[in-house]
Design a protein around this ligand. Structure first.
Ligand code: ADE
Length: 243
C-alpha cells in the first residue's frame, strides 16, 4: 500500500514516518509513505498559498491551484483521494477496513489555516473527519488515518492482535493486565491467573460489556447481542446501578 500526504508542513511527518509501527511497515516494504510539500507547487512570486474569503468571513482560505497541481503530480488511475476536513463523515474502524481492502494507493489532502477553497472537493473521491472538534490543520488527522490503515495492512502486526480489539466486534475492549500481580495493593483479577479458558472468556466478555455500557451505550444500541451477552449485560447493569 502507498500513502501520500499533501501538506504545507511535510516536516510534521518526519518523526511520524520514522517511529514505531509506521517505521517497521516501511522497512518491511509493506507500506510506502510520502509527504509532498504543497507550497512548492505555488505559481505566484511570493509562494502564497491562501487569501481572504470572497464574501467576507474569518481567516484565510487555501487556493485550489497549489493543492490540485500537487495532487496531479502524484495521482494515478489507481489513487483514492481523500480530503481531511471536519465537515465530513466521522472516521471509523469500519471505514479503515474498507479503505485498506479497496485501495492500494491512498492520497490524503491536508488543508491548513481556517479552510480551503470548496472547488478542491471536485478533485477528491471522499472527505473524512476524525471527530467533532476542530484541529489547526488536517495533518494530525491524516496521521490518525495513516496509523489506523497501516496496522490493518496484512503483515504489519499479527492478525490476532486486531481481532479482539475495541470496535472490531462492536464493543470496547476488556481491561488487560500484566506483571506484577500486585501493584501498590491493586491486584489482578484472580480469574485471569486461573488458567480456566472458558471462565476467562466469560469474564473478559462481561468486562468488555461493562466498559461499553459505561462509556459507549450507543454501541450497545447498534449491536444485536447474543443470548449469552444479554445475560452478562443484565448482570453488568444491575452491578453498575448498585454502585
Ligand atoms: N481538519 C481540522 N479539523 C479536522 C478534523 N476534525 N478531522 C479532519 N480534518 C480536520
Amino acid at each position: 500500500m502507498k500513502i501520500t500526504i499533501l501538506t504545507l508542513f511535510p516536516e510534521m511527518f518526519e518523526g511520524f514516518f520514522n517511529s514505531s509501527i509506521i517505521k517497521k511497515a516501511k522497512y518491511k516494504g509493506l507500506v510506502e509513505y510520502r509527504a509532498i510539500d504543497v507550497r512548492s507547487f505555488t505559481e505566484n512570486k511570493h509562494n502564497r498559498v491562501d487569501d481572504y474569503p470572497f464574501g467576507g468571513g474569518q481567516g484565510m482560505i487555501m487556493f485550489p491551484q497549489p493543492m490540485i497541481d500537487a495532487l496531479r503530480s502524484v495521482k494515478t488511475e489507481k489513487s483514492h483521494v481523500i480530503m481531511m476536513t471536519p465537515a465530513a463523515p466521522t472516521f471509523t474502524q469500519k471505514k479503515a477496513h474498507e479503505l485498506v481492502s479497496n485501495y492500494e494507493d491512498i492520497i490524503l489532502l491536508c488543508a491548513h489555516y481556517e479552510g480551503y477553497d470548496e472547488r478542491i472537493l471536485d478533485y477528491v473521491d471522499e472527505v473524512i473527519s476524525i471527530g467533532d472538534y476542530i484541529l489547526t490543520g488536517g495533518e494530525t488527522a491524516a496521521m490518525v488515518v495513516t496509523d489506523a490503515l497501516t496496522r490493518l495492512v496484512k503483515g504489519v502486526i499479527t492478525e490476532d492482535s486486531t481481532v479482539y480489539e475495541s470496535f472490531e466486534n462492536g464493543l470496547l475492549e476488556h481491561p488487560q493486565y500484566t506483571r506484577p500481580v500486585d501493584y501498590e495493593g491493586k491486584v489482578v483479577p484472580e480469574i485471569l491467573l486461573s488458567g480456566h479458558h472458558e471462565k476467562i472468556r466469560l469474564f473478559n466478555l462481561k468486562e468488555s460489556l461493562r466498559k461499553t455500557y459505561r462509556y459507549r451505550k450507543d454501541l450497545l444500541e447498534k449491536r444485536n447481542l447474543t443470548e449469552e451477552e444479554q445475560v452478562l449485560l443484565n448482570e453488568v447493569i444491575s452491578e453498575e446501578n448498585e454502585k
